[in-house]
Design a protein. Structure first.
Length: 446
């Protein structure tokens, strides 16, 4: 029987190099990093491999973990798979997605460090919901800036956050200078980078508040490693193995949590079968497939440090889509470094293909995936059916359904009406948004 992991597993000791340091010119160093609890700092830089999960977090994990993993035979038959497809499902907790795994851990560490309120920006609302519930679990206040367009599409995400007593603001909001400035700039109003910028500004106004973030940070990816660790055990329990692992990427914690334990296990000599680790991203924000590897801000204010990331530019006006959780301009520093070394690969998917894969999955496996997860399912289907010549899976494909789509029915309504719109990022606009960024490794083209 698979049990819940008692320790998170870090991939850092297996990389053989340090991640590129952030650039912090004087005007960019600020209290955002100053409020980061020491344990989260350690988890981001230390080369310790196993991190015991604190009991108050582990106890909450046990309420819904291990999460289900099953072979999706009906989905396989429908999409013409040549190899088995195994699904790992993270939608069964109160937030409805994997975000809960790190929200709990972060709330625990910030609470222990003496903070009374956590402040954040959220795109799809899954992260905001997860943090609202995690703050409530540890008796903390929570303030969330949610991308306004996304909140209009998914009002019940807001209801869920309010249910847990969170203060919710549609971004851009009049509450912050960042929000007021963004409201005047066409195209910027629907950006997670703006919502994050607002949260940063709001958190800085009170020392009892801390800004915290859901997914791009190395410690978030560490917390998500429970997904991959369980999957490895569950596949073994089924007597199965896979040579392709697929997860969708917003900033990268879901994919990293699923895939990097496979990398660590292979490097540690625990797995014979090498796995092709494939990040499924949205064609609206194709940082890993069409972005540049450069130093960029994680938010739109330009006040945080510059991180080494694959990016389409923090100033890029991201086309709208229902997969709001994937509409982030950059990939996590850790994933970006691994992409640069070809330890992971990436494929981009349009909204129509993602929602179609999501609907096919619902009809066959009777679980409605979030549109974000539909991207991973679309890539898994391509690979399992032999439609991606660069990714020949011979044994099996593991795919993570990162969340449920029960609050995303407006997107599926659009699919039924035949009107989802694919809005791939415009090449010239990406070029313009990245032109002035400093390349991480100037010699190998960013
Ligand atoms: C359901 C779902 N899947 C995937 C993602 C992207 O996750 P990450 O930012 O960890 O890459 C999100 C982000 O909001 C999400 O809500």
């Amino acid at each position: 029987m698979t049990t819940v992991p008692t320790a998170w597993r870090s991939v850092l000791p297996h990389l053989g190099e340090q991640l590129p340091a952030d650039l912090t010119p004087p005007h960019t160093a600020g209290p955002v990093t100053a409020t980061l609890p020491l344990e989260l700092v350690r988890q981001s830089i230390s080369h310790r491999e196993f991190w015991p999960i604190p009991e108050p977090v582990a106890e909450r994990y046990r309420a819904h973990r291990p999460t289900p993993l099953w072979r999706a035979r009906r989905f396989e038959a429908e999409i013409g798979a040549r190899v088995p497809i195994y699904v790992k499902y993270e939608g069964g907790n109160i937030s409805g997605s994997h975000k809960w795994n790190t929200a709990l851990a972060q709330a625990y560490y910030y609470h222990r460090a003496g903070f009374r309120e956590l402040v954040t920006g959220t795109g799809a609302g899954q992260w905001g919901s997860a943090l609202a519930a995690a703050c409530a679990a540890f008796g903390m206040a929570c303030t969330v800036f949610m991308v306004g367009g996304s909140l209009r599409d998914k009002p019940y995400r807001g209801s869920l956050m309010r249910l847990f007593d969170a203060q919710l603001h549609a971004s851009p909001s009049p509450l912050t200078a960042v929000g007021r400035a963004a409201a005047d700039r066409p195209g910027q109003g629907n950006s997670l980078a703006v919502a994050i910028g607002e949260a940063v500004e709001y958190a800085r106004a009170d020392p009892k508040r801390a800004f915290c973030i859901g997914s791009g940070e190395t410690y978030s990816i560490l917390h998500q490693s429970v997904i991959g660790l369980e999957s490895i055990d569950q596949l073994a329990a089924l007597g199965a193995d896979v040579d392709a692992v697929v997860g969708c990427v917003g900033a990268g914690s879901n994919f990293g949590g699923l895939a990097l334990p496979f990398f660590a296990a292979a490097r540690a000599g625990e797995r014979a079968l090498p796995a092709d680790l494939i990040a499924a991203e949205s064609s609206t924000t194709p940082k890993l497939t069409r972005g540049v590897y450069a130093y960029d801000h994680t938010d739109a204010t330009g006040t945080g440090p510059l991180e080494a990331m694959y990016t389409v530019g923090s100033g890029f006006a991201i086309p709208s889509s229902h997969s709001a959780g994937l509409r982030f301009h950059g990939a996590a520093k850790l994933l970006s470094a691994m992409r640069y070394r070809d330890h992971i690969s990436a494929l981009a998917v349009g909204e129509r293909e993602a929602l179609t894969a999501g609907r096919t999955f619902a009809l066959t496996e009777l679980v409605l995936p979030a549109p974000e997860s539909g991207h991973a399912l679309a890539v898994a289907a391509r690979v399992a059916a032999g439609r991606e010549s660069g990714h020949p899976a011979r044994h099996g494909v593991l795919v993570c359904v990162s969340g449920h789509g029960l609050l995303d029915l407006a997107a599926y309504d659009k699919l039924l009406a035949g009107s989802p719109e694919d809005r791939p990022a415009d090449t010239d606009l990406v070029r313009a948004a990245t032109a002035s960024l400093r390349a991480v490794h100037p010699t190998r083209g960013a």
